[in-house]
Design a protein around this ligand. Structure first.
Ligand code: GLA
Length: 389
C-alpha cells in the first residue's frame, strides 16, 4: 500500500473540492500462463499485484463529473448526461459511468482524484485498474450494491465501448478479485474461479519491462479476436458439435483451415495454449517447477511465431533468459507488442541476472530495461472508511 500516494490524493482532493474524500485502491495484474486465451474461452492464471491505482472520490450536489489526474496534472469535467468516449485517461472512468447508465442505474455528480504506480503501457493493466477502482468507488459512494462479478463485466465493457479495445475479462477480473498470496485459476467460459496459493520456494516472479509499446497493440489485439472468431466459425460449420475452442483439436483445424494461413496459426496457438494451461496448473500444484517454467517458454514461442503478438524487444529478453540457469521460465505477458516479460528467477540471483540482461538489452536497443519484483496482493478495495463531510 502506497501511503504516500494516498496522502497526495487526499491533499489534492481537499484543495480542489474542499471536502474529505473516500479512498479506493485497485491493483494491476500479472498473468502466469494462458495468454490471449480469456476471449477464447480457456483458463488463465492471473494475480493482482502491489502496484495499483488509487482514487479519492466524493459526491457533488449537481450532475457534473469532475476528474483530476495527479500523474498527468490534468483536470477534466463533463455533465453525466453528456458523457462520450474521450482520448486518454478520463475515458476509463466515463466508460464505467456509461455502463451504469446503460444498466439503468442512476448516480449523481461526483469528484475524483486519481494517482497510481502501475506503469502505463507496460502490460500490467493500468486501465483495468482504473476501471475497477471507478466502478467499485461509485458502487460504494452511491450505495448501489452491485455484485462484484457484475462490476468486473461493467469494467470490461467500459474498455470495449469507451477505449475501443475488445479485451477479454482477465484483467478486470484479476484487479477486482485478486487475493494476497494467491493466483486465480479463472475459467473464462463459465467465470468459475479458484484461488491457488503461489508457492515458488526460493524463486520469485520478476517483470522485465521493455519500456516500449508499439502502436499496433490495440489494433492488432482486435484483429486477433476477429481472426480467432473466423477460425472458430469455420470449424463449427464443419464440426457442429464444437462450441468453443475447448472442443477443437489439431486434427480439426488441419481438416478445415488452410495449412500455414494466419487463421490456422492463430487457432493452433489457441488450442495448444489451452492445453498448456491445464498442464502448467497440474505441474504447479505438484511442485514441478522446472517443467512449469518450460511451459512458459513454449507459450512465448507460440505467441511469437504463431499468434505473432511479440516484438524484437520481448523476443530478445526471453532469449537472454534462456541462457540463464537460475531462470525457470520466461515469456512475454499481456497483449503484446511491448510491455513486460514475466520470468521466474531464483531469488538470490535476481539482481545479477537482471543486470546482465538489462545491459545486453541496452547494448542492442539503447533502452534502459526496468525491473519489478512482484508481490501478489488483494484486489479492489476501499481504504479509509471515513464518511464524507
Ligand atoms: C490484454 C487484455 C486481456 C487479455 C490479454 C492477453 O491484457 O486486456 O483481456 O486478452 O491482453 O492475454
Amino acid at each position: 500500500m502506497r501511503k504516500d500516494l494516498i496522502k497526495k490524493i487526499e491533499k489534492k482532493y481537499s484543495e480542489l473540492f474542499k471536502t474529505k474524500p473516500l479512498i479506493f485502491r485497485s491493483p494491476g495484474r500479472i498473468n502466469l500462463i494462458g495468454e490471449h486465451i480469456d476471449y477464447n474461452n480457456g483458463f488463465v492464471l492471473p494475480a493482482a499485484i502491489e502496484m495499483a491505482i488509487y482514487i479519492a472520490v466524493g459526491k457533488r450536489e449537481d450532475l457534473d463529473i469532475h476528474l483530476y489526474s495527479e500523474d498527468y496534472q490534468e483536470g477534466f469535467q463533463m455533465l453525466i448526461d453528456l458523457i462520450s468516449p474521450q482520448k486518454g485517461w478520463p475515458t476509463y472512468v466515463l466508460g464505467v459511468v456509461d455502463q451504469l447508465k446503460k444498466a439503468g442505474i442512476q448516480i449523481g455528480g461526483f469528484n475524483m482524484v486519481i494517482i497510481g504506480d502501475v506503469p502505463i503501457g507496460a502490460g500490467l493493466s493500468s486501465s483495468a485498474a482504473l476501471e475497477c477502482a471507478s466502478v467499485f468507488a461509485l458502487n460504494t459512494l452511491f450505495d448501489l450494491r452491485i455484485d462484484p462479478i457484475v462490476m468486473v463485466k461493467m469494467a470490461q465493457k467500459a474498455e470495449h465501448e469507451y477505449a475501443g479495445v475488445q479485451c477479454g475479462i482477465m484483467d478486470q477480473f484479476a484487479s477486482m478479485m485478486g487475493k494476497e498470496g494467491y493466483v486465480i485459476k479463472l475459467d473464462c467460459d463459465s467465470l468459475e474461479y479458484k484461488y491457488f496459493p503461489l508457492k515458488l520456494n526460493n524463486f520469485q516472479v520478476v517483470l522485465m519491462d521493455t519500456q516500449v509499446k508499439h502502436s499496433l497493440a490495440s489494433s492488432e489485439y482486435n484483429i486477433r479476436r476477429l481472426e480467432c472468431g473466423e477460425g472458430l466459425s469455420k470449424i463449427k460449420n464443419y464440426f457442429p458439435a464444437v462450441q468453443t475452442f475447448r472442443d477443437v483439436t489439431i486434427e480439426m483445424i488441419e481438416t478445415v483451415l488452410l495449412y500455414g494461413s494466419k487463421v490456422y496459426k492463430r487457432c493452433k496457438y489457441v488450442i495448444e495454449e489451452i492445453a498448456r494451461v491445464e498442464d502448467a496448473c497440474e505441474l504447479l500444484s505438484n511442485n514441478k517447477m522446472w517443467a512449469f517454467g518450460a511451459d512458459l517458454y513454449l507459450t512465448h514461442e507460440g505467441l511469437s511465431t504463431l499468434y505473432e503478438v511479440s516484438c524484437p524487444e520481448l523476443d530478445f529478453i526471453v532469449k537472454e533468459c534462456k541462457k540463464e540457469d537460475s531462470i525457470l521460465g520466461a515469456r512475454m505477458m499481456g497483449g503484446g507488442f511491448g510491455g513486460c516479460v514475466i520470468a521466474i528467477i531464483e531469488s538470490n540471483k535476481i539482481e545479477k541476472i537482471t543486470q546482465t540482461i538489462g545491459q545486453a538489452y541496452f547494448e542492442v536497443f539503447g533502452i534502459e530495461m526496468k525491473v519489478y519484483i512482484t508481490k501478489i496482493k488483494n484486489g479492489t478495495s476501499g481504504i479509509i472508511e471515513n464518511k464524507q463531510n
